[in-house]
Design a binder for this molecule. Structure first.
Ligand code: NAP
Ligand code: G4F
Length: 344
């Protein structure tokens, strides 16, 4: 019989790609979904895998339901992907964010421990823990300096994972993943906001994309590649934490230029007035407008990951590069804008 996996956050971007990967490997996949008033399994439907997943109801804010679900399923592997994952929101909802992204991790680990530590555990840690970076590129030895309630909460989850491994001998790993994107990315994140905005402008459904800090730099990879690293980490004999990244960094400005180039539009920047604009070189029309409302109270200016350890020890490398990622996202959004509503 195949292995049993429980994935929290299965309705999110990574949950969809990871489910697909594990189903292809013959796993019995259980997906934890929190109760909502509307159906939000659209990503799983888009990949055509919803019918193959055993959906269970589970919220990370409540230990009793975590215990019941884990006792019933007895999973070989647990992937904790559930989180309030939007950095901007964490500044307005710091306590809720900690409740889910920090204490939520303790709740799962404590259930695993009290059940005898049989399930392997993957924690979705993040490059946002490096925040105000102390060194570049960032590797497994780089000091953390989180710059958001989200980053601080995730750092707690990260250290709890390390601690349960060391104190209770649980096979627990923390994947420190740098930003990863895809056509299934939520529309509030900057890459998808841009790819969808470009597609809507191309189809005459939008005039301008409003953005915040254009100079922030991120190491952007493809989510489909990154979920493979999650799985690989849990297949190792001894649990260990790894950086997962592409080793390339690009600014938001460059991402936007690249996205517009997919529809053959060259952007030139005009910062003569108070408001910086990205204009179409040919027509002079403003297509990008900077809106300071999107700026964060504290920003992570630069991220660049060094995934050498993952390459050497678990054989992981990214397959999709930056240009291919941008093209994939814009092309998919062009189809969506043409063919029907874009709900996620
Ligand atoms: P995402 O699309 O925002 O998905 C988050 C998932 O968490 C959704 O399924 C969401 O359910 C679920 N969730 C939120 N609050 C919950 C709660 N109280 N109880 C149960 N489930 C809850 O995020 P993602 O991009 O797939 O990222 C997956 C994980 O990796 C997250 O933990 C994120 O913080 C982390 N991470 C992401 C990146 C990245 O670049 N994508 C990088 C590093 C780390 P609903 O559908 O009901 O909202
Ligand atoms: O796309 P973002 O919102 O992603 P951010 O904050 O880097 O967080 C993502 O990656 C983390 C890994 O490092 C994950 F842990 C986290 O869960 C999430 O998936 O913003 C990227 C950058 C920021 O510097 C932001 O200030 O883009 C800048 N930005 C500029 N204009 C914008 C916008 N971000 C958003 N969301 N919207 C804008 O209009």
């Amino acid at each position: 019989m195949g292995k049993r996996a429980l994935i929290t956050g299965i309705t999110g971007q990574d949950g969809a790609y990871l489910s697909n990967l594990l189903l292809n490997k013959g796993y019995e996949v259980y997906g934890a979904v929190r109760r909502t008033s509307s159906i939000n399994t659209g990503r799983l439907s888009e990949l055509g895998i919803l019918e193959n997943i055993n959906i269970v109801t589970m919220d990370l804010s409540e230990i009793t339901n975590i215990q019941r679900v884990i006792e019933k399923i007895e999973p070989d592997e647990i992937y904790n992907l559930a989180a309030q994952s939007f950095v901007q929101t964490s500044f307005d909802q710091p306590i809720y964010t900690s409740e889910i992204d920090a204490i939520g991790v303790s709740r799962i680990l404590e259930v695993i421990r009290t059940m005898g530590g049989k399930s392997k555990f993957y924690q979705a840690s993040t490059s946002e823990m490096f925040g105000k970076v102390q060194d570049s590129p960032q590797n497994e030895k780089t000091a953390f300096y989180p710059r958001s309630p989200y980053g601080v909460s995730k750092l707690y989850g990260h250290w709890m994972t390390v601690n349960y491994r060391e104190a209770w001998n649980i096979h627990a790993c923390s994947g420190i993943l740098f930003n990863h994107e895809s056509p299934l990315r939520g529309i509030e994140f900057v890459t998808r906001k841009i790819s969808l905005g470009v597609a809507e402008i191309a189809k005459g459904k939008k005039e301008v994309i409003s953005l915040g800090n254009l100079n922030a730099e991120r190491d952007w990879g493809f989510a489909g590649d990154y979920v493979e690293a999650m799985w690989l980490m849990l297949q190792q004999k001894s649990p260990k934490d790894f950086i997962i990244a592409t080793g390339e960094t690009h600014s938001v400005r460059h991402f936007a230029e690249k996205a517009f180039s997919v529809i053959d539009v060259d952007i030139e920047w005009d910062s003569n007035d108070d408001v910086e604009l990205g204009k179409c070189k040919k027509s002079g029309k403003a297509l990008i407008k900077v809106n300071k409302e999107y700026n964060r109270p504290a920003e992570t200016d630069h991220l660049l990951g060094d995934a050498t350890l993952a390459k050497n020890e678990i054989g992981w490398e990214p397959k999709i590069n930056f240009n291919a990622l941008v093209e994939m996202m814009v092309k998919k959004d062009l189809l969506r804008v043409e063919q029907g509503p874009v709900w996620f």
